[in-house]
Design a protein around this ligand. Structure first.
Ligand SMILES: *Cc1c(COP(=O)(O)O)cnc(C)c1O
Length: 424
């Protein structure tokens, strides 16, 4: 088997979690149970069969587009078995899967996924945003849920191939500023019903139509989770994108939606530590008691928070562009950028003392969504949304930077954040 080389992601603590996960996973790409894996996942073996019944592309703003049910014409599949390793991947027409009813994923949550976007730039080019980070995180997640390892670079090649195949039709050049949502997933397909590590698995990649979710009039309304429920806990798996994290959160989310909230603000423990907002990382901007502007998000140390690519990018941008004594944006004060444990009580205190500036959620699906309201134990906090009501100053600047990188008007920190997908 060819050695897999992983380039270190970043030097600071932010990447520790993923890096650890990857090391652990790579130690597992060695022969599975002593059987040499003849088949490593290899994108160069891809077979292609194009659809004979192409589907219509929904109009921007249509109900179909918002339904999140419409996928593009094609998908990627790759099968893995313990004996043979990875079979040649295929690009094939999008359609239903055939699974045995006893398949592991249907009973024991042997499943994980990723979420990325394909952007049609204002320069006409198709781009991914730091996709290598998603591919590495997927490996960390598969490892956590006893699914097979693979070289992340090969997954990236498969994603790129699918995007190049369907991008031109589904994200045409006259839709500059639009995107498709990319969903890689892996499921355990072993149909032995016993509770055990799956000996068969299936890798999937699909592209879905998705409406933007970041422009909520008045900002996102968050309901802080109650004492009887948490999303993740130390020693658990909240840091991995495994399906098992999401199903059980839907009771609370459903109740929140019924009450008019968009997402749960997930707290942990008696001290009400802030973790995440729905499936997005959560940032607050406040003034410290000493009078400095500080941007805070939960640290990754306890592994109860997902290491978001958006989160990481926001931190890197802020540290590069706003942390110095002369910030890159006029009218903004220098900020202190902090990853640490912080609590709902600190938010309440800052709010009471008039030090709370703004808050936002950050993730691929919701992008940078300004938060306009938090309810905690029946107490409502109206969060400032800026002069125009579209989000505070810091939120707006971060969002603009990221937008410009994703749609090709800025290169980001260290140039390589926008990954161009060459079209045929
Ligand atoms: C996917 C996800 C995020 C956001 O991660 P990105 O890489 O920025 O999309 C945050 N929290 C949870 C729980 C998630 O599942």
């Amino acid at each position: 088997m060819a050695p897999i080389t992983i380039t270190p992601i970043d030097d600071d603590k932010v990447s520790d979690l993923t890096a650890q996960g990857i090391e652990h996973a790579l130690s597992k790409t060695k022969p599975h149970n002593g059987v040499a894996t003849s088949g490593e996942l290899d994108a160069s073996l891809l077979t292609t069969s194009l659809t004979t019944s192409p589907r219509p592309v929904p109009a921007i703003g249509s109900a179909e587009m918002a339904s999140q049910k419409i996928c593009t014409d094609h998908m990627i599949q790759a099968k893995w078995t313990e004996e043979e390793g990875w079979a040649a991947p295929s690009l094939q027409p999008y359609g239903p899967l055939s699974l045995m009813p006893t398949s592991s994923c249907l009973h024991y949550a042997t499943q994980c996924f990723e979420g990325m976007k394909l952007y049609r730039g204002h320069d006409g080019k198709l781009r991914l945003f730091r996709p290598e980070l998603n591919c590495k995180r997927m490996l960390m997640s598969t490892t956590r849920i006893a699914l097979p390892a693979f070289p992340p670079a090969e997954l990236l090649k498969l994603i790129v191939k699918l995007c190049a195949t369907d991008g031109e039709k589904w994200l045409p050049k006259d839709r500059a500023g639009a995107f498709l949502y990319i969903r890689p997933a892996m499921i355990g397909t072993d149909f032995a019903l016993g509770v055990q590590r799956p000996r068969e698995a299936l890798l999937l990649v699909m592209l879905t139509c998705f409406a933007p979710m970041d422009d909520i009039p008045g900002g996102a309304k968050l309901l802080a989770s109650q004492d009887d429920m948490c999303r993740a806990w130390p020693g658990g798996f909240g840091y991995a994108k495994v399906g098992a994290n999401y199903g059980p959160s839907l009771v609370a989310q459903g109740e929140a939606r019924e009450k008019g909230f968009h997402q749960i603000l997930w707290l942990f423990g008696e001290d009400c530590t802030i973790t995440e907002a729905g499936a997005s990382n959560f940032f607050v901007v406040w003034r410290t008691k000493e009078g400095k502007v500080q941007i805070v998000t939960a640290d990754l140390d306890e592994k109860i928070v997902l290491d978001g690519v958006t989160r990481r990018s926001v931190l890197e941008l802020l540290r590069t562009r706003l942390a110095s004594s002369s910030p890159a944006v006029e009218g903004l004060e220098p900020v202190e950028v902090v990853e640490r444990k912080f609590t709902m009580f600190e938010i309440e205190e800052a709010y009471r003392e008039g030090r709370f500036i703004e808050a936002f959620a950050a993730g691929t699906a919701w992008f940078i969504a300004p938060v306009g309201h938090i309810q905690f134990r029946g107490n409502d906090l109206a969060i400032p949304m800026g002069d125009d009501g579209e989000g505070g100053k810091y939120t707006t600047v971060v969002k603009r930077w990221l937008k410009n990188i994703m749609w090709g008007q800025d290169e980001g920190v260290g140039n390589e954040w926008g990954f161009i997908v060459e079209e045929a």
